[in-house]
Structure formats: C-alpha cells, structure tokens
Design a protein around this ligand. Structure first.
Ligand code: CP
Ligand code: NVA
Length: 468
C-alpha cells in the first residue's frame, strides 16, 4: 500500500507513527496522521490547512485535549486503527477522483476529514474545516503552482530545484533527491503524454558536447520533445568552448536564447564556469569529475528493483572515476552503504570521499575505499562497474587494461555477492574487459533499465529546474 503514497505522504505516516509512539499508543489513529501532516511542514496538506487559517498550534492543542487521558501501551507493534484505515481508503478514492495514482498529503487530509468519526475530523470540523473547503484550498494551491500535480511539485521551493543548476550531486539535499525520484516516477508511470507536452512547451535546451554520447544525447533530446520543448545539439566542433570564444561569452549568449543548458565537458570547471555565467539552469551531462544525471537514474533504478535505498550495499568495482564519484556522493546522501574496490593510484578523488563520508555520517551509511574486489562484493546488493579508461584517457587504455584485469566483473565475482544482487553499468560497456558477456547479459543485469531511466530522471530534472 505505501508504494502508492508520495514521498511527502510517507513522511506524514512516518511522523504519525512517531506521534503514536510518543503518546504511548500502539495504533496510529486519525489524530496521529493529522499531527504527522503538521510536522511535514511544507507538504500540500499543511499548506492547505494554513490557507484555511488553521493554526498548527491550535490543531495540536485540540488533539492533545482529546488524547490526554488515553491509556498507554508503548512497545507493541504500531498498526493503523480501523478509523485510520478507513481514512486512508477515503484518501485513495480522493486521489482517484483528482486523477492521481499516488496518494499525496492533500488526499490524506481529505481522507481524515471524510472519516467523520475520527478525532482528526472532529478537531478540523470544530475549526470550520470541511471537505469542500479543503478541496477548494488544495485546488487553489495547485493552481498557483501552475500544475495539477501533487506535493512534490507544489511543495517547498528547495524541492523544486528551481533556478538552480545540477552540476554536482553535492548540491542536492534529500528533499531535492526525493523530488526528482517522485517526478521521474510520475512521468514514467502516470502523467499522460499529452499532459507532459505542456510541461516545457516552447522551451529550448542547448546541449553542448565536448565528448561523444549515445544515452545522454538521446535521453535529453527525446525527453525535451516529450515535454513539448526543443533540444539543440551542439557538437564538439560547433562551438569549441574556450577556443572559438570564451566559456563565459558562450554562456551569456546561450542564456539569451535558451531556457536550459546541458553540457558534457572534459574539465569539470568548464561546466562550473558555464553555470557561473548563465542565468538559466545548467545541467552537468558528464564531466571528468562527475556524472550526476547517471547517478540519479541509477539510484532511481535501484529503488524500482529493491524497493528501498537505505541500508543497501552498492559496490563499485574499478576506476575511481566520474561515475563512481557521483554514485558515492548520492549513496551517502540517501543512506546507502557504498564500497569501491580499485587498484592503487586509481582511488576516487579525496575531496569527494571526504564529502561523502561527512554526508554518510548523517545518514548512517558507510563509505569504503578498498583494494580487493572479492572482499568488496561480499554481501553486495548491487555490483556496479564502468570502463577502465574514460573518455579522454584512451591513450592510457593499454596500461590500464593490465592494471585493472583483476577487477573484471565476471560470473565468479558475481557469485560472491548476494544471490539476488543486481549488476549495473552506466554504458557504454567494453565487453570482455571490465565485464564479461555472461554477467552483462545475465538475468541479474539491469543495465538497460538504467539506460531507460536516464530519460525519465532527466525529464524530471528539467521540469523541476524549470518550475517558476
Ligand atoms: N552513460 C552515458 O552517459 O552514456 P553516453 O556516454 O552514451 O551518453
Ligand atoms: N567514465 C565514463 C562514463 C561514460 C558514460 C567516461 O567518462 O567515459
């Protein structure tokens, strides 16, 4: 059932279970769900309550009056009371009525009001809040946000990524990441094509490529078309950043003509400089230091396959490169344990490791850099690899092939991971080098799901960056 809840609605339920626990209750009831809504401060339901002049402190104290004398039974498993269950059924129907497949906090609030016998409904009724008034308040908030979508779009500004750039995973906070995943899921599963065509209608994306690409180019270009916009491909020979004109001048020019810029560069600083001089959002489509879109698509894919990110073990076998950096940073932010096994001299960038460890301390994740690939993949939920020589390092390919030979992901190595471990690769793959055919073509391999998800996740990123 919880899979059908938006991230915000799940947060509300989580807070509700905490509220129940705090009050010594073994069952989550409607009043705990209402307290959960109040704690998820920027969720749509909370904002609808504020729009109806319901002061959170008042709501809270009225609930406290109701539940002050109840008996405590702390320690038992927390479940939903029959009334809370009925409220969620009503929430589900509200979501359907509003043409949403996911239950958002606004539906939850409507469900709580609809379950008239619950304490939440009684408290809200005493404040003059009924179903119609709430539906009107929610509709108005959604209209103001210029979208018919649920919490994560209309939610707090930091979730929208609006006006920001996506240069590094390190600039994202947890709510940004959740917003990208929620939006990607909706675009992949729910939002009809004709509705999608309105989302970036009339917008232009400039795509600067200093390096070759299949997935990045096609996913951004097809994605932009699906969202009603247009993508302009600028090949390495077209603008010759820094040679034909300065990076800053190119950025200032594109800024006047386009609404978004995506750049695949050699030096990471090139994409940073573009972002500094363009007022429109700039997206890193891979630099020598990072590949943030790849990592977001990969973790979105892991959620699809494993249902969660927290507590999983993702193992990267190979070069401490751009892809490894973004995966490591993202793992740390979402609470996924990350281990990289790499040869001496090919470790990930120390600043990135340091940053990831700092973030991991907050999410209880571990970040390990070790040598032995066999030791690394023990108990892995995900085994990931990438080419041994990245674009721009082709001249080192021969030497690297010798050094990285013990780091090949083959069937023998995969056997050491968990039996249900999945294999991932950002692609393009050098079959027979970093991965063998029997692994990349095995049922454990999810490499083409990853590739497909580049499309959905980048569409989500572009929509969120473009929100006004
Ligand atoms: N994974 C990836 O970025 O692929 P391309 O290099 O083909 O864009
Ligand atoms: N590390 C590889 C990733 C390709 C998508 C490279 O930079 O070439």
């Amino acid at each position: 059932m919880w899979q059908r809840f938006t991230q915000d609605a799940r947060r509300v339920v989580f807070f509700a279970t905490e509220e129940a626990g705090k009050h010594g209750e073994s069952h989550v009831s409607t009043e705990h769900l209402l307290l959960g809504i109040l704690r998820a401060e920027n969720c749509l339901a909370c904002r609808a309550l504020l729009a109806m002049s319901a002061d959170p402190a008042d709501v809270r104290s009225k609930i406290e009056e109701y539940i002050a004398d109840r008996e405590s039974c702390l320690g038992e498993d927390i479940q939903l009371t029959p009334r809370a269950k009925r409220a969620i059924d009503i929430a589900y129907n509200e979501a359907r009525r509003m043409m949403n497949d996911f239950i958002g906090t606004e539906h939850l609030l409507l469900g709580l009001i609809g379950e008239a016998e619950g304490i939440a409904a009684k408290v809200l009724a005493s404040m003059g809040i009924d179903l119609q008034k709430t539906r009107d308040a929610v509709a108005k908030l959604q209209q103001n946000a210029g979208t018919a979508s649920s919490d994560f779009v209309a939610g707090n500004p930091s979730k929208k990524l609006s006006g920001q750039d996506l240069i590094s995973i390190s600039s994202l906070d947890r709510s940004n990441i959740e917003a990208v995943f929620d939006m990607a899921r909706r675009l992949k599963c729910d939002v009809p094509a004709e509705e999608q065509r309105q989302l970036l209608a009339g917008k232009n994306l400039a795509m600067i490529f200093e390096k070759p690409s299949l997935r990045t180019r096609v996913s951004f270009e097809a994605g932009m078309t699906q969202l009603g916009g247009h993508a302009i491909y600028l090949a390495p020979s077209d603008i010759q950043l820094g040679k034909r004109e300065s990076i800053a001048d190119a950025a200032r020019t594109l800024d006047r003509m386009c609404d978004l810029i995506m750049a695949r560069t050699f030096a990471h600083n090139t994409v940073v400089e573009l972002a500094e001089h363009a007022s429109v959002p700039v997206i890193n489509g891979l630099s020598d230091l990072e590949h943030p879109c790849q990592a977001l698509a990969d973790f979105f894919t892991i959620i699809e396959k494993k249902g969660t990110l927290q507590g999983l073990k993702v193992v990267f076998v190979g070069d401490g490169n751009n892809v490894a950096h973004s995966l490591m940073l993202l793992a740390a932010k979402v609470g996924t344990n990350f281990t990289i096994a790499c040869p001496e001299g090919y470790e990930p960038n120390t600043n990135i490791v340091e940053q990831a460890r700092k973030d991991a301390a907050e999410t209880n994740a571990t970040i390990e850099v070790i040598r032995d690939p066999k030791e690394a993949v023990a108990d892995a939920d995900v085994v990931y690899t990438d080419v041994w020589a990245s674009m721009g390092q082709e001249y080192e390919a021969e030497e690297r092939a010798k050094i990285f030979a013990p780091y090949q992901v083959n069937a023998e190595l995969m056997k050491l991971a968990k039996p249900d471990a999945v294999f991932m690769h950002c692609l393009p793959a050098h079959r027979g080098s970093e991965v063998t055919d029997d692994v990349i073509d095995s049922p454990q391999s999810i490499v083409f799901d990853e590739a497909e998800n580049r499309l959905h996740v980048q569409k989500a990123v572009m929509v969120l960056l473009s929100q006004t």
